[in-house]
Ligand binder design. Sequence first.
Ligand SMILES: CCCCCCCCCC/C=C\CCCCCCC/C=C/C(=O)SCCNC(=O)CCNC(=O)[C@H](O)C(C)(C)COP(=O)(O)OP(=O)(O)OC[C@H]1O[C@@H](n2cnc3c(N)ncnc32)[C@H](O)[C@@H]1OP(=O)(O)O
Ligand SMILES: Cc1cc2nc3c(=O)[nH]c(=O)nc-3n(C[C@H](O)[C@H](O)[C@H](O)COP(=O)(O)OP(=O)(O)OC[C@H]3O[C@@H](n4cnc5c(N)ncnc54)[C@H](O)[C@@H]3O)c2cc1C
Length: 670
Amino acid sequence: MAAADWGGKADHLAGERATAQFDVDGMKVAWAGSRHAVEVADRMACLVASDPVFRKDTRTMLSRKELFKDTLKKAAHAWKRTVELHLTEEEANLLRLYIDQPGYVDLHWVMFVPAIKGQGTEEQQKKWLTMAYKFQIIGTYAQTELGHGSNVQGLETTATFDPSTDEFIMHSPTLTSSKWWPGGLGKTSTHAVVYARLITEGKDYGIHGFIMQLRSLDDHSPLPGITIGDIGGKFGSGAYNSMDNGVMRLDHVRIPRDQMLMRLAQVTREGKYVHSDVPKQLLYGTMVYVRQTIVADASRALSRAVCIAVRYGAIRKQFGSKAGGPETQVLNYKTQQSRLFPFLASAYAFRFVGQWLKWLYTDVTQKLESKDFSTLPEAHACTAGLKSVTTSATADAIEECQKLCGGHGYLNSSGLPELFAVNLPACTYEGDNVVLLLQVARFLMKTVSQVASGKQPVGTTAYMGNIQHLMQCKSVVNTVEDWLNPAAIKEVFEARALRMAVNCAQNISKAPSQEEGFSELSPDLVEAAVAHVQLIIVTKFIEKLQEDILGHGVKEQLQKLCGIYALHLIHKHLGDFLSTGCVTARQGSLANERLGKLYAQVRPNAVALVDAFDYTDHYLGSALGRYDGDVYSALYKEAWKDPLNETVVPDGYQEHLRPLLKQQLKLSRL
Ligand SMILES: CCCCCCCCCC/C=C\CCCCCCC/C=C/C(=O)SCCNC(=O)CCNC(=O)[C@H](O)C(C)(C)COP(=O)(O)OP(=O)(O)OC[C@H]1O[C@@H](n2cnc3c(N)ncnc32)[C@H](O)[C@@H]1OP(=O)(O)O
Ligand SMILES: Cc1cc2nc3c(=O)[nH]c(=O)nc-3n(C[C@H](O)[C@H](O)[C@H](O)COP(=O)(O)OP(=O)(O)OC[C@H]3O[C@@H](n4cnc5c(N)ncnc54)[C@H](O)[C@@H]3O)c2cc1C
């Protein structure tokens, strides 16, 4: 794919590609999940790259208004192409992804539609989804308020049932109850699922979802009683500013009773509140769904940054050998490798754990349909934990990739500033990462106490059942090679995670109350949660390697990457491993030695390993990450597109620069 995109020009990276020791096509399949997935992704990426409407090379130079209009244009064109080409849901999602411009359509498809699917009755789904699927209405997910985001139970918007008219009265009683942040709300959405406190017969039943029409379908003006607008510019140029995150206040707006999403609970014609026999946590189901998709987004964003930094690192040269030989590719510096290759390994690790999480989510959804709610807590903990760990690591890594590319990485034309700015908020939206890790910790503390009372844990906490062994085992690693053994790696990760969780549980039990203990220990709990989540990622990578993986050398490369992922974590969190007694200082340094050898083995494959992500130059959007490696011509060309270069003498010269220079000149002659 990328080769076609490159169009036969000189390949400055050909030498790098020639050193690869594996079949890149085979790796593309392992990355994408199947041959079919590679093929569909290629087709959709090409469709986007070849369509001038989807150009994005001057996006960071547009004003907010221009950018927003450009987003509307792209979204409408994408829909037109979807209909004309009869794209399947899979194809349409990929089309949206490769357009690569956050916009109202994300909220419509990723949150509004799933919220109605998950929380609406069959009748409600039939009515609203029929319109949503045809884009006759545009929806958003209006949960967060000016005063509360993390604490969903603290939301203030009210939905008071009026039995005299069979309606709910939707109201924002305070400034802090203004809806604040929903994407697409500001200027685009015609409808929203609005979360509000349900009040009936004088009693507050807490947060529930309601479908509200916000704007006229004739002229797009807000309906009576609704004040609505955009919340203002956000971090970075271009980036998330294409999205109209909005503010909304409601002044006693009436909606029919049947617009309350009634799958989980109902209000009868008389105003009686009736709860279904499903757990009330299903109200949070849309967030579980989206958190799962965000893990896949994180691996994609990270792999884009790594692709840029690896290709550029192979082109960029600084300093020669002392003997006056050729200059060194910066990718050959060991420091560059030790900073960059863990990100390369993490991109693959997050990709595979994301594929597993998608499976887990599908499995849980099927169980929920047959009223088996037993796996819901684990699904919540896994999605919350993996969303946190992968998005935090990705944001940090993109920032580091900018530094790995030196000065040129700081230019918009490197693609990295926008990539960072678009992915940074993933650490906050769909749940602040620390708040979510505390949810994981809560789940772990429950599991530890269940284990103590003899219950056998299952799923991702099954390892905790092996408590006798894991609390006292010592790693058997004795040589550098021993760190190649997946069982040895898994054991130390399990022991570290369990010991950190048990330490927390023991310390909490010494506190005056469970709540006080949890609060006091929260920094440690967050670390215990991270250890558990990292264990999941390492385990799923190891399990991936047990599958049939086709293609010459593909499995061998993945084994190396898996080793790098696990060992760099041991190196980075050595304090945890030492303090819990899972490894000795000597074993820690053997792990580091092994890591250095793995970096050297990956080096000749690095460019091919990022080629396997199969990104077009259009999607990558980077002068530094071009497939052909023609970096300097691209940087040079991009510079001239800047509006400042539209004139040789800049605007403002006559008013500000000329008088200054003239005056200084006159003074110097005095
Ligand atoms: C123009 C062209 C366009 C092209 C575009 C291309 C773009 C590129 C492609 C991009 C692709 C995709 C884009 C993705 C789009 C993403 C957009 C994101 C937009 C953002 C949206 C949002 O942010 S929506 C708002 C999200 N808000 C939150 O997440 C709030 C976080 N807070 C909470 O979840 C809860 O309040 C919290 C869990 C923290 C606490 O809740 P509370 O009720 O107080 O609960 P507790 O008392 O702690 O717990 C009670 C029990 O409930 C359990 N529990 C909690 N949550 C859940 C859950 N979700 N599921 C199941 N169970 C849950 C908890 O564990 C407790 O259980 P226990 O047994 O009692 O212990
Ligand atoms: C780009 C973007 C898009 C968004 N899109 C939407 C959308 O479409 N719809 C929607 O409804 N919302 C949306 N949001 C809102 C988002 O979901 C919230 O911002 C998010 O849930 C975090 O909540 P908060 O802003 O209230 O953070 P706060 O909870 O105020 O966090 C502030 C700080 O307090 C800490 N903190 C909070 N609680 C605790 C605790 N219990 N223990 C320890 N530390 C704590 C956090 O770690 C953080 O450091 C969006 C946000 C962004 C940035």
